[in-house]
Structures are given as C-alpha cells and as structure tokens.
Design a protein around this ligand. Sequence first.
Ligand SMILES: Cc1cc2nc3c(=O)[nH]c(=O)nc-3n(C[C@H](O)[C@H](O)[C@H](O)COP(=O)(O)OP(=O)(O)OC[C@H]3O[C@@H](n4cnc5c(N)ncnc54)[C@H](O)[C@@H]3O)c2cc1C
Ligand SMILES: NC(=O)c1ccc[n+]([C@@H]2O[C@H](COP(=O)([O-])OP(=O)(O)OC[C@H]3O[C@@H](n4cnc5c(N)ncnc54)[C@H](O)[C@@H]3O)[C@@H](O)[C@H]2O)c1
Length: 467
Amino acid sequence: MTRKVDVAILGAGSAGVTALFTLLRAGKSVVLINSGPEGTTCARVGCMPSKALIEVATLYHDRERQKAFGLSGTEALAVDGPAVMARVRAIRDKLVNGFITRTHKHLDETQFIDGHATILGPNRVEVNGEEIEAGAILIATGSTPVLPAPFRALGEALVTTDTFFEQPDLPKSIAVVGLGVIGCEIGQALGRLGVEVHGFDAAPVIAGIKDPVVAEAAAEWFGRDMSITLGASVEPKLEADGTVTITAGGKTVNVERVLASIGRRPNVTGLGLEALGVELDGHGMPAYDRETLQIGDLPVYLTGDANADRPLLHEAKDEGKIAALNIIAGSRKPFRRRVPLGVAFTSPQIATVGASFDTLDPEQIAIGVASAEGNGRSKVKAETAGTIRVYADKSSLKLLGATLAIGAGEHMAHWLALAIEQGLTVDACLESPFYHPVLEETLQDALMSCLANSGHKLPHPPGLTPA
Ligand SMILES: Cc1cc2nc3c(=O)[nH]c(=O)nc-3n(C[C@H](O)[C@H](O)[C@H](O)COP(=O)(O)OP(=O)(O)OC[C@H]3O[C@@H](n4cnc5c(N)ncnc54)[C@H](O)[C@@H]3O)c2cc1C
Ligand SMILES: NC(=O)c1ccc[n+]([C@@H]2O[C@H](COP(=O)([O-])OP(=O)(O)OC[C@H]3O[C@@H](n4cnc5c(N)ncnc54)[C@H](O)[C@@H]3O)[C@@H](O)[C@H]2O)c1
C-alpha cells in the first residue's frame, strides 16, 4: 500500500517535531516516523538528565565551600546513590512525558508511525513494509554515541549517556574516556558526588577548548574533581572479575565502569541516502545548504544532529524550522544562522561564543583577558577559578568572539552573543552598564584589556559617551 503526504519527517526529536508544528500550522499533510523510544535525545538521555545530575553534584559539593563560611555540620551530608539516580530519572520522565503528550496532541494515529524509516528515493520512504510517497522528506534522525569494538567488548562495565541514567546506583569508580563536553560534564559531576573518576582524552585539551590559555587553566581546575590524562590513546581491558583496566599515558587504573564519551555520529547508516542519487562523502554524508538545509536541488532536507554541523538543541530546532519554511515556500528561502554559542555546564562553566580562536588570524586581532581572581563578588563567593578571553578585530575593534571558563559563563556568553550579533565594537560594549558587585565585572575587565591591547586611544574614558 502507498500513502501520499506533503512531507515525511524522519525522526521525532527536537528538529523533527519543531518542523512538524511549523508544517501543520501551514496546513501541510505530514507523517512523523520515529524509531526507538520517543521523547527526544535532549530530554531522554541528553541535556536534561545530565543537568539534573550536575545540579545534585553542585549541591553536595557546596559543603566544601560552606565550611569556609563558618557553617558547621555540613560534613554530615551523605550521598544516597540510588535516590540521586531515581530523582534524575523522575525529572527526566516528567520532561519526556510532557514532550510526548504535546507532540501527540497535534497528531491523529495515521500521522505517526513507530518504525525505522528507509529512503527509497527523493520522494519515497519505506517503513514497517509500507511505502510512503512524500512531496518532501525531512531527515531529523539525530545521532548516536561512537562506540568502537574495544569498548563494545566491555559488556556491562560499559556505559554511554544512552544507558548511564538507567543505572540503579552511582558507581564506586569510573573511567571517563573522551573529555569533550559530555565527559567533562558527567565526569566532574560524578567526581563531586564522591565517585573515583579518571578522565582520559586523546586530545591535548579538555572540552575541545581551542584557546590555549583557557584550555590550560580549565584542565588544572577540572583536575581537582578527577584525575586527567591528556594526549593518551586508551586501551580498555575487561578483567575476569568484570572490572576494567585502562593503561594510557603511562598510567594504569582499574575501575568498575567506563563511560565512553568519545563523540557522536549522525544516524544515517542504513538510512538509504544512496537512493537519493547524490554524491556522498567518506562518512556517507551528502552536501547540503546550511541556510536552507536542502540536499542539492532535491526535495530532501537534512536537519539537527543528523547533519553533524552544530549538534546542539537550539540549532536542531532552528534547522527543523528553516527546513519546514523552505518546504512551505516551495523555493529556496535562505536563513542566516545564529552566532555560534556553546556552553558546558561544568564548574567553572566553559563557554565559546562567535568565532573560534583557532580560526582567527593572530596578526589581525586584539585579545583581552581577565581573571575572576580579582573580582570582588568571586572572592565573596569563594569561587575565584575563572578566566575570560575576548577577541576583536584590531583595526575596527569589532567584537569577534570569546572563550570563557568562569562561573555564570552561560549568562556572559549570551550577553556576548547579542553584542556580536549586533556587530558591536569593544568600546560600544563598554558603554553598557556593569553593576557592582557582579561576576560580569570580569567581562568588563576583559573588554578593557582588549581595548588597551588593540592600541586604540579613545578621546574619552572607555564607557563614557559625551552627551
Ligand atoms: C549527554 C548529552 C547532553 C547534551 N547536553 C546538551 C545541552 O546541554 N545543550 C544543548 O544545546 N545540547 C545538548 N546536547 C545535544 C542535544 O541533545 C542534541 O543536539 C539534540 O537533542 C538533537 O536533536 P535532534 O532532533 O537532531 O535528534 P534526536 O532528538 O536524537 O531525534 C532523532 C530521532 O530520530 C529517530 N531515528 C533515528 N533513525 C531513524 C530512522 N531511520 N527512522 C525514524 N526515526 C529515526 C531517533 O530514534 C530519535 O528518536 C546533549 C547531548 C547529549 C547526548
Ligand atoms: N552542554 C552542552 O551543550 C552539551 C553537553 C553534552 C553534549 N553536547 C553535544 O554532544 C556532542 C557530543 O559530545 P561528546 O562529548 O561525546 O563529543 P565531543 O566530540 O565533544 O568530545 C569527544 C572527545 O573524545 C575524544 N576522543 C575521541 N576518541 C578518543 C579515544 N579513542 N580515546 C580518548 N579520547 C578520545 C576527543 O578528542 C574529544 O575530546 C557535542 O558535540 C555537543 O554538541 C552538548
């Protein structure tokens, strides 16, 4: 049997469901196909359960700070592992169920198919033995943790973020292999909950930080919550007692569990992209237009983690919407992409905004730097680990980007993203008020330092504009 629809959406994650609502509002006939559990990667196994774990780890870790403030008795605090994991799951379940309910409220049973879709051609999809003829296909199939054979061989000792939150209790010890964003967030949270954590990364930096000054400082701070071995290729070995031994970088550890956090790959294997008749690269990926998400001139769109370009929640939603608006328009309707923004919810938070440091010409930029050590509020809070580096075009003073490793980095990064989006110069940024005492005064210091290092002399004190 063949059914006909305007659009077949493959994947009911954040990209697919955002597209769904946009298409339904425009009166398009749609079928949403999803394989595996519903509720999105973000809510089920990603952003939300990881932040729930980080929140409890932060609460528990605060007992260290409390002692310094004259609060006694905090050493009696204890971690109830099963209760911690149960609460993480309870929050997750609430979010997942809310998402599923909201999605299905807009669909009748013919508009949703639980099954694994395969593309048969630019207008044809197969699922559960049924063929669907679609005016357009929107691919939003997400991504999956990378898991090479030596890791798969670890059996029950191996966890990924797909399985970690299902663990009934916290492990006693864990090796976190891959200290990207996931490894840093979960590794640090577990370290702060009292788990013995050993982190490893093949790269010489943690969290993929491209600014070497921030990278070095961050590695030192994170080393307080877990052991860190960088530039080391990891060889996990399953022992007869079910534990795992890892020898890397001249170090050997024996642990109860291994978290593989060595990256994620798009769910395009076996999807049938070859049936589209376009060239695929060495990773099996077709070229597509970043401003429309369209593959060539086919009625096929590649969105969210499935295209591996900006594997973040807000970008997945944007891409679902952009693709849907292009389908509705029926002709190329490009959208400018947002200023790049990334935040790791660690302590201190690591944030990158705008142009990445490694893409900038050192001859053409002025760099501003400031440390949280000199910030009054940071001293009051007893949280002085923090540094900010901002980059501006040396001649125009236009703000280009920044790397932050600092408390409240998420908020400063949003402020900076708006400034970059608006094309502001460093001196214009300094015209904004900075209250006292706030952590943002460190950002003010970094901008002042950038101005000083640029060699520009303003005719009036920075921040003061003649009326
Ligand atoms: C641990 C972790 C923490 C994260 N934290 C953050 C964060 O703090 N902030 C942030 O911005 N981002 C974060 N992310 C990234 C964010 O979760 C993803 O970028 C986002 O969820 C991707 O959404 P999506 O719609 O592309 O894919 P998904 O939500 O993964 O949806 C894809 C769906 O398609 C289905 N599917 C796959 N193949 C097929 C097929 N052939 N047919 C039908 N259906 C199929 C899948 O089963 C899935 O249901 C995190 C990710 C992880 C793993
Ligand atoms: N707060 C957030 O926004 C957030 C949080 C978590 C995840 N995410 C998203 O999830 C994506 C995936 O995260 P991730 O941390 O898995 O990937 P990642 O690509 O950020 O990091 C993977 C790390 O593993 C290392 N690595 C690769 N192979 C290795 C090996 N054999 N041995 C040791 N190290 C190895 C890499 O050098 C890299 O540092 C991110 O790109 C991000 O988009 C975002």
